[in-house]
Structures are given as C-alpha cells and as structure tokens.
Write a protein that binds this ligand. Structure first.
Ligand code: GTB
Length: 219
C-alpha cells in the first residue's frame, strides 16, 4: 500500500513548512506511514492530469491504491480514521476531536487566510490599509477565544489528536505576522506541536524537498 502525496515543486516559502503538504506529512509521520512525494509545478497543477485528482488545481493531494483525495483536512481525517494515533477510540472523545478538526479549518483558519490574501494579493489596493486592522482584530478575537478554551491544558481535548495537528498547522501560518506572540498560551501550544518528533520529521522532509537541487532526490 503506497501513499503518494503531491507538494509544490518548490514552495514559495522556501521550506518554512507553511504549504499544506506539511500537515499531511505530519499526519503520516504521527501514524507511522511511509509515503512518496510527487512534485507539481504551478503550471502542471492547472493541467488535465492534476485537475482529474484535484478539481481546484492545487496541492496537496493523496493517492493510495486507486483512492485519490484532495483537501488537506479530508486527507488528514482519512489518515486519522484508518490508523491509530490521531483519533481517540472512545466515541465521545473521538467526536470532540473531530469537532476540533472542523473548528481549526472552518472557524480559525478563515480569518488567518484573509490576512494572507489582504497582505499578499490586495496589499496594493487603496483600501488595503483600512481593511488590514479589521482583519487583525478578527484574528485577535478568535485567538483570545481559543486561548481561553485551551487554558493551561496541553492539548485541546485530552490526548493530542488530529484536531490539534490541524489547529497547530493553522496557527503556524500566523507566525510571520507576530500576532501569535500576543497569546503566550497559544505560542506554547504551537511550540508543543512543533516539538513532536513526527512534526520535526515532517518539517525536515519538506525542507529537504524544497531546498534540494531541482529534480534531484524528489521522492
Ligand atoms: N483547502 C485546500 C486544502 O486545505 O488542501 C487549500 C489548498 C491550497 O490552498 N493549496 C495551495 C496551492 O496549491 C498550497 S497551500 N496553491 C496554488 C494554487 O492555488 O494555484 C497554501 C500555501 C501556499 C503558499 C504558502 N507559502 O508560500 O507560504 C503557504 C501556503
């Protein structure tokens, strides 16, 4: 059973781990799955062969024995559902962990993505200067709520789960902005995620992939 995921041929972040293949790599590492990585160029993402797997022409995708998936959240959930380590056995705890999967992707990630769009795609618009503080306030509001819920706990609901994996991945996208530093509990939470051996392996693998000589050793 060979798992193949796709990643940017060369991530625009140069290997900071912010592209969404990192969260998929992390889930595979947490559950002890070996995998291969197929690099995809920006041009190839929009071509028919890739669009057949990913209708929106993006990475990451996941292929395993004829199964083809897209959407990093769905991929992480698939991995967590089929291998022990990322979802609790007990039905209630499992449902709560899955709730955090959705919370990370549906409630916390959207304002963070708005910030990325506002900075990098709309930064030259005349209204950008007025809009940015509104977005930052929305993010602060969400982070304050998340921090209050986390409190002094290690993870969001008991043991580390797919919900934490995705929440930490989402929060990591904020690191360059400095906003996360206003929330010491969340900073510590993210640091705990980054300290996990599986995260370190995933990060190192994507870094090596993104810094390797073009086409050399890309598997
Ligand atoms: N909802 C989808 C998912 O979660 O899988 C979103 C997938 C997505 O946004 N993929 C991006 C992509 O393929 C890469 S991860 N973009 C190319 C395109 O749309 O043409 C987003 C990303 C890109 C770059 C950085 N970076 O350089 O820091 C970080 C994250």
């Amino acid at each position: 059973m060979t798992v193949t995921i796709t990643a940017f041929e060369r991530s625009p972040d140069g290997g900071m781990g912010l592209a969404r293949d990192t969260r998929v790599r992390w889930a595979l590492e947490e559950t002890g799955q070996s995998y291969a990585v197929r690099p995809v160029s920006f041009a190839a993402m929009k071509e028919r062969a890739h669009l057949a797997i990913h209708p929106f022409g993006q990475i990451p995708t996941y292929e395993e024995d004829g199964l083809q998936l897209f959407e990093s959240g769905a991929i992480v959930f698939h991995i967590a559902s089929h291998h022990p380590g990322l979802l609790p056995q007990d039905a209630g705890s499992r449902a709560r962990a899955i709730t955090w999967v959705f919370a990370a992707l549906n409630t916390v990630e959207p304002p963070i993505l708005e910030l990325v769009t506002a900075k990098f795609q709309e930064g030259n618009k005349p209204w950008s200067k007025e809009r940015l503080p509104l977005i930052v306030d929305r993010i602060r509001h969400r982070l304050a709520q998340l921090s209050a819920r986390l409190g002094d706990a290690e993870w969001l609901d008991g043991e580390f789960s797919a919900g934490d994996l995705l929440m930490v991945s989402v929060l990591l996208r904020l690191k360059p902005s400095g906003i996360l530093h206003e929330f010491p509990r969340l900073m510590a939470y993210v640091a705990r995620g980054e300290a996990r051996p599986a995260y370190k392996r995933a990060f190192a693998a994507q870094l090596a992939f993104n810094t390797a000589e073009a086409s050399a050793g890309k598997t």
